[in-house]
Design a protein. Structure first.
Lengths: 69, 368
């Protein structure tokens, strides 16, 4: 099962920090749940800059970002 | 440069040019747009403070909120949300205004002042960056105001509705609304121009998420220069705009700058307080305004904090003026540091306690 970070309802920039912490702890295949478009954009930009592939699934106003090397 | 970078640079450029144009059309010099000052003016117009020189319902603010609201609605991003430590956001918003009125401007006005040669703003900028660095340290150590949750849809409409009411009060100008007849509050671009500029900025920033605090914060936190390009755009194009539209106002130096003072220590400290609170709140006054238009009721509460701060600042002689800072203002800024740092420290301590507890529970596995 993939590791999942629940960053729903977190205000900027906490979702990005949570993603950064996961990457810094060595995770290279995980999911992040968020519920704001701005968080999707920020995490995507950050993870892509770090050399990760990011895919986004939207489901009823919530987003799942799949982040892997 | 990537498409994204051009977009954020472009939105900064439009912001800079519009600010210069608003001065051309009548706003105070170096105050084409100042989110803190404009809330302060609105506070005065409603009679919540009685500083006669700074009372006007600034249409730009109405435009920011409604522009963001309209675009968020059109894009399906309008979502009534809130409940993330509202009273702490109110307190942070309050002291954000106290810091801004010590310096005399929000971070955006600081950039605009700098772009017109006011070197006092450079001192403010150093303070702002120092404050952001401090705020970032709290974030790195686990500072959080907690999750927001879905709120009744009506709560998301409160701030846009207030904006509409303000617009009606501005246009109908009933006798109980105060309008300055002299001072910065009397210097205004025509309503339609201010409103249009505000709407353009609101629409644009809802899309690009531009934030003056985010610009520096992300550089320190995640080495991301994305939003910094927006700030550079504001600076360069406000400079160009001023040289084209308001060349007689351009003046490099510390002395005799419009609506500014040269008390370096307090310019630094005032903006440092703004920087810390902006990072802890997740956005500068401009960004809070855009968020409030999108249905973020936590941002709306922050704005109520800003407005209350402005009322206190002028009722109790805390706000600086061109004549300089006040003793009361200095005390208020120090109280602001004590309160804000105290709250932030207590949150970090309890966040780390909870983390340890979670670590014990999960047998040493801490996720994320």
């Amino acid at each position: 099962m993939a590791n999942t970070i629940d960053a729903r309802g977190r205000s900027c920039p906490e979702p990005v920090i949570m993603t950064k912490n996961a990457i810094d702890s060595g995770y290279n295949d995980f999911e992040v749940l968020v519920d704001a478009k701005v968080a999707v954009e920020n995490i995507k930009r950050f993870a892509t800059n770090q050399g990760f592939n990011v895919t986004v699934e939207e489901n009823d106003g919530e987003f799942t970002l799949n982040i892997r090397k | 440069m990537s498409n994204e970078k051009w977009k954020i640079l472009g939105s900064g450029a439009v912001l800079g040019i519009l600010a210069a144009l608003l001065v051309k059309f009548g706003n105070p010099v170096n105050m084409g747009i100042c989110v803190a000052c404009f809330y302060r003016d609105i506070t005065g117009a409603l009679g919540l403070h009685r500083a006669a020189a700074v009372q006007y319902i600034r249409p730009e603010i109405i435009g920011f909120i409604l522009g963001s609201f309209i675009f968020a609605k059109a894009k399906g991003e309008f979502r009534a949300r809130g409940g993330s430590a509202p009273i702490l956001r109110f307190v942070f918003g309050f002291f954000m205004m106290i810091g801004a009125l010590m310096f005399l401007g929000c971070p955006l006005r600081m950039i605009l002042r700098l772009a017109n040669g006011d070197l006092n703003a450079l001192v403010g900028l150093v303070g702002y960056i120092a404050g952001i660095l401090v705020g970032t340290q709290f974030l790195k150590r686990g500072f959080t105001l907690g999750r927001n949750t879905k709120q009744p849809t009506a709560s998301g409409y409160v701030m846009p509705a207030i904006a509409v009411v303000l617009l009606i009060l501005l246009v109908t100008a009933p006798s109980f609304i105060f309008f300055s007849t002299e001072g910065p509050g009397s210097k205004t671009a025509p309503i339609i121009i201010s409103l249009a500029a505000g709407l353009i900025v609101g629409l644009m920033l809802q899309r690009t998420r531009f934030c003056t605090a985010g610009g520096f914060r992300d550089v320190f936190l995640i080495k991301d220069f994305h939003f910094l390009w927006g700030i550079i755009g504001v600076f360069v194009f406000a400079l160009i705009g001023n040289l084209i539209f308001n060349p007689s106002t351009f003046k490099i130096g510390f002395a005799d700058q419009p609506v500014a003072h040269s008390d370096h220590v307090w310019n630094f400290l005032g903006m440092a307080l703004v920087g810390i609170t902006a990072v802890l709140l997740g956005g500068c006054p401009l960004r809070q305004t855009i968020l409030a238009g999108e249905g973020d009721t936590d941002a709306a509460v922050t704005i109520l904090g800003l407005i209350t701060g402005a009322a206190f600042a002028h009722n109790f002689g805390l706000a600086s003026s061109a004549a300089g800072t006040t003793v009361n203002g200095r005390i208020a800024v120090i109280i602001g540091f004590v309160v804000v740092l105290g709250i932030a420290t207590s949150i970090v301590i309890s966040a780390n306690k909870n983390k340890n507890k979670a670590a014990v529970k999960e047998g040493g596995q801490v996720n994320g």
